[in-house]
Design a protein around this ligand. Sequence first.
Ligand SMILES: [Mn+2]
Length: 259
Amino acid sequence: MAAWSPDCNQPEASSRRAALSVTIPAVSRPPIALLYDLHGNLAALEAVVAEAEAAGVEEYLLGGDYATFGPWPRETVEVLETMPAIARIRGNVDRWLVDEPEVPDQARQLVETARAAAGEALGTGLVERLYRLPERAELDGILVCHASPLSDIESFAPEPQDGEERMLAGASGRTILFGHSHRQFRRPGPNETELVNPGSVGAPLDGDPRAAWALFEDGEIGFRRTEYDVERAVAKMRSYGEWAQPIALRIERGYDPGT
Ligand SMILES: [Mn+2]
């Protein structure tokens, strides 16, 4: 028998292993920041990144809707491109840079104007990059999507709704991470899922204008809110003219003035 072969019956060998087990630190990694629905808000992104870095974050999960409907579409995407991302998925407004938007008639004009402004600011290279991002990702068994596993525009409400199981598209027994509604919440979902929405960095719609995001640390998702220079974002948004005023109001108040 080789000299290195383990033998549990030897008290000497087992005490060596016991000593080793306390000197090797537990495997852990830095927390990951979960950022959804940035919508061209560079001021909010900068504040969130500063807070994330202070919390020890070295990697980000980027959940889609990066440029359109915000004050700094190109500058925001340029910063996001430089950030180390463990996953980077596409949101509906990233898809709408190329595809025809699926929106009701009363919203069509604003959406068309905003997507044209974002597309022009980004240029074809960045539009292509955003359009080609994947729709879903995985993070330690968590299913990562933009609005739901089914769709990038149909999403779960803060309170349970009839028929919402359909939006799981067969997913069960796991955490579903999604954004899109710009409302930070978590609750049990159908099929033994946990539904987690970190909220929106660039345009929260739950009445709190502070940037919303989450920190994934030691297997747990913790919600965060970060104060930033809202007035700087509002002033820049107003500078685009009449069409941008509803967007400026929504950034300023943290809810949609039309609802
Ligand atoms: Mn969206």
